[in-house]
Design a protein around this ligand. Structure first.
Ligand code: PNS
Length: 163
């Protein structure tokens, strides 16, 4: 049986922390499907296509493209996971506030979809400070985001704020 995991997120933009979680999940599961959430109430900086392209370019660079694919999704993560035939939802945990939020979400998702297990991966020690919202702020103010995001995101963020 092929074990597939669904990794949902906003990825606006994906950070090197997200990419690390994807790479590590790809060693635990036969296939990882990264779900880029399209939220109606949360207008993103980058379009769905841009967010997908950033992740895809980095996966290709890391040689992970055969084990991981990216999709957009709209609606519940558990529904998207089911559509993708995933039996697990992967989420990264950076700190205590992530833990509280993620436990609630995992609890609700577990009631809605008891057949889908949430699997938490602890963020790598050097990546616990990374948050897409802060990275957008740094980029908007002309700071160097290259330590925090894949190079494919640096280019897109620079273009976004220079135009
Ligand atoms: O990167 P984020 O912002 O932490 O990602 C949040 C995301 C997209 C994973 C989360 O908001 C989500 O799953 N949204 C879809 C709606 C849903 O399923 N909500 C959980 C019900 S409790």
């Amino acid at each position: 049986m092929t074990r597939q995991a669904f990794y949902p997120g906003s990825f606006d933009p994906a950070t090197v922390g997200h990419i690390d979680i994807i790479a590590r999940a790809s060693r635990l599961f036969d296939r990882v499907i990264v779900g880029v959430g399209i939220h109606h109430g949360k207008p993103p900086l980058l379009s769905g296509a841009e967010r997908i392209a950033i992740i895809d370019e980095e996966l290709a660079r890391l040689g992970l493209a055969d084990r991981v694919r990216t999709v957009t999704f709209d609606g519940l993560a558990v529904d998207a996971a089911r559509t993708q035939s995933a039996t697990a939802i992967v989420r990264g945990l950076r700190d205590g506030s992530d833990f509280d939020y993620e436990m609630q979400m995992a609890g609700l998702n577990g009631v809605m979809a008891p057949d889908i297990e949430t699997v938490f991966l602890a963020a790598a020690p050097g990546m616990r400070h990374l948050a897409s919202s802060f990275i957008r702020q740094v980029a908007a103010m002309g700071g160097d985001v290259s330590p925090f995001v894949p190079s494919s995101a640096v280019i897109r963020l620079t273009q976004k704020f220079n135009n």
